[in-house]
Ligand binder design. Sequence first.
Ligand code: ADP
Ligand code: GN1
Ligand code: MG
Length: 384
Amino acid sequence: MKVDFIEPSVDVLKIKTATEPATIVLKHNVRAVAAQFQIHGDYLGAEPYGSGHINDTYAVIFDQAGRQVRYIFQRINHNIFKQPVALMENISRVTTHLGQKITGEPDASRRVLTLIPSRDGKPYYCEADGNHWRVYYFIEKARTFDAVESTAQAFQAARAFGQFQKLLADLPAPRLHDTIPDFHHTPKRFAALEKAINADVANRAMSCQKEIEFALRNKDITSVLLDANLPERVTHNDTKFNNVMLDNATGKGICVIDLDTVMPGLALYDFGDMIRTTTSPAKEDELDLSKVVMQFPMFEALVRGYLDSAEEFLTADEKSLLAFSGKLITFEIGIRFLTDYLAGDTYFKVHRDGHNLDRCRTQFKLVESIESQETEMNRLIASC
Ligand code: ADP
Ligand code: GN1
Ligand code: MG
């Protein structure tokens, strides 16, 4: 959407689009937050940006000597990330390390997120009300997609996430903070679901009996990765397809974003979430479940893209569980959506009634689709 900012004020921004006038009321006083960061030029306006489920993200425009320059502002959701300062320490260390690794290479400034310091030199600003904000340069001439459109995109996304893991393999000590402890501990996620079913605080269990039964039937897969003794690595942990920016001109995976959950983890958490979000043509909240399907050519492109970066460090055990990781992580996010539905939608942002249940249904449909093709998926990996 092309927008012209016409009347920016403190927290209400009037905009007109190409087709119709509109007014966006911002939830936050972004102009006041902007004054706390080391950004020169004149604040022109802000608009809510992206389709993330967790943080509040804004694209903010400044006039810098007659040139309009954009930045990404994010309010960290501290209900979910309980230690925003530790989280920002992780992100500073990770972005600094990545930046050092690619210094001097072409397009280096678009290939890693760059934090803008606050006026007092910190990588974040904390408002009096406890909201923590961070600012990045806006990666221009690139975009994210909520659903995959081609095998070339799948290849590029997987290659970029694999490269991300590879470049962070020698991140100097100390160990990164766990920004959400046990984030991918599937058995604990399952226990949380069982608790939510029993409590049924929102009186919704009756409306999702089929999904509850599906979850209970699959309990035995939850501990497979934890029982496999796989090596701990620095991983992204949220490798959703819309967390990698693809270059508009070349289609290449130019920058891995959304670094809140970068912490110690298993390589397969990342590959599993790639399968979850990059093999089905449907969006995560698609209502027509016949559209939700694990497309084999997309999976093949993911494997090739990921191995292109990661083959040199993956162990044989990790490789043998690549296909399974897709089933597990899809199941895990499915039970998280179901848990949140049962709890009355307290974690993920929702935009309609039953949104979390709709999301859960796509995940469970995808688990079935992956399961029905697991043998061929494993055969492909063995042949690579
Ligand atoms: P969330 O944790 O809520 O998912 P993200 O960090 O993924 O938040 O950001 C939401 C969206 O904002 C992304 O999907 C992407 O489209 C956009 N975005 C985030 N960071 C940048 C950036 N530095 N440059 C351009 N767009 C960005
Ligand atoms: C959240 O932030 P976002 O929208 O990229 C969630 C992920 C889920 C994902 C499901 C911190 O990711 O774990 O897989 O939604 N992030 C957090 O779409 O919980
Ligand atoms: Mg995101």
